[in-house]
Design a protein around this ligand. Structure first.
Ligand SMILES: [Zn+2]
Length: 240
C-alpha cells in the first residue's frame, strides 16, 4: 500500500508527500476552512497534491493562496496547474518573482565547476517550468495572515529570493531548500544554488529561531528535539 499522501505536522498543518519523502509540499488550514499551499512540487505532482488534500478533507475550492519558497522546477513545477485547479493567487519573494513569471530558474553558482557545467546544459531560453503570474511579492520579516501568522524569512543563496516560512502558532519551520534532510541533515546541494556560500551562511538564521517542527522540502520532517537537531548541525559547521 502506498504511504499516506499527507502527514499532519500540527493542528491544521500538513506535509504533502509529492514524491515519497523526497519532494514535499505543505498545507495550512484556517479556522474558516481556507487553505494556503506552500510549494507545488514537480510538473507531475498536482494529481498527488490533490490526492493529499482530498485525504484530509480539503477541496480545490478551499485553497485561496499558494506560496512558493523559490523558482526551481521541483517546487514551482506544479504551480501553474495547481493555480488553475484552485484559482488561488501565487506569492513568492520579490527576488524570485521575475523567474516565476518567466518560468525560469535563476543562474547557478558560476564559482563551481558543476554549476558552470549545469548552466551550459540548461538550454538557453527554454522555460524550466510553466510560467505563472505572481500576485504578491513577499519581503523578509513579513507576517502573513495565514492560520494565525506565517513569518517570511528571506534565506537567499540557494536562489536570490529563496524564502523559508515559520508558522508562529505551531512552531512549524519550513526550511525550503536552505537545509535538506535526505539521509541526515545537510546544506543545499552546492551546484543547484545561485550562491552556495550565501546559502550556507543564511541557513544559520534558523539557529536564532524558536521552532518545534523542522519541515524540509526534501526529506522527512523532524518533530522531536527539532531545534537541537538543526542547531547542532549548524553549530558543528560553524565550529569546523
Ligand atoms: Zn531548489
Amino acid at each position: 500500500m502506498a504511504a499516506d499522501p499527507a502527514v499532519q505536522l500540527a493542528p491544521n498543518v500538513w506535509r504533502l508527500r509529492l514524491v515519497g519523502d523526497f519532494v514535499n509540499g505543505f498545507a495550512f488550514r484556517e479556522d474558516d476552512g481556507q487553505v494556503t499551499l506552500v510549494d507545488c512540487g514537480l510538473k507531475r505532482s498536482p494529481d498527488r497534491m490533490s490526492a493529499g488534500l482530498r485525504s484530509v478533507g480539503i477541496a480545490h475550492e478551499d485553497v485561496t493562496r499558494i506560496l512558493l519558497t523559490h523558482a526551481h522546477s521541483d517546487h514551482a513545477g506544479g504551480v501553474a496547474e495547481m493555480a488553475r485547479r484552485t484559482t488561488a493567487p501565487v506569492s513568492v519573494h520579490s527576488h524570485d518573482a521575475g523567474w516565476v513569471r518567466a518560468g525560469k530558474s535563476p543562474p547557478l553558482d558560476q564559482s563551481l565547476r558543476l554549476g558552470r557545467l549545469m548552466q551550459r546544459l540548461m538550454r538557453k531560453g527554454k522555460p524550466a517550468f510553466e510560467p505563472v503570474p505572481v500576485d504578491e511579492e513577499l519581503t523578509d520579516g513579513q507576517l502573513l495572515l495565514i492560520a494565525g501568522g506565517l513569518r517570511v524569512l528571506h534565506t537567499p543563496g540557494h536562489s536570490p529570493g529563496h524564502a523559508s516560512f515559520l508558522h508562529e502558532p505551531t512552531g512549524v519551520l519550513i526550511t525550503g531548500d536552505a537545509l535538506f534532510n535526505m539521509r541526515g541533515i545537510g546544506f543545499s546541494i552546492p551546484f543547484f544554488c545561485t550562491d552556495f556560500k550565501l546559502s550556507r551562511h543564511t541557513a544559520h538564521r534558523f539557529s536564532e529561531l524558536d521552532f518545534s517542527v523542522a519541515a524540509f522540502t526534501h526529506g522527512p520532517h523532524v518533530s522531536t528535539a527539532a531545534r537541537t537537531y538543526v542547531g547542532e548541525f549548524l553549530a558543528a559547521y560553524q565550529a569546523g
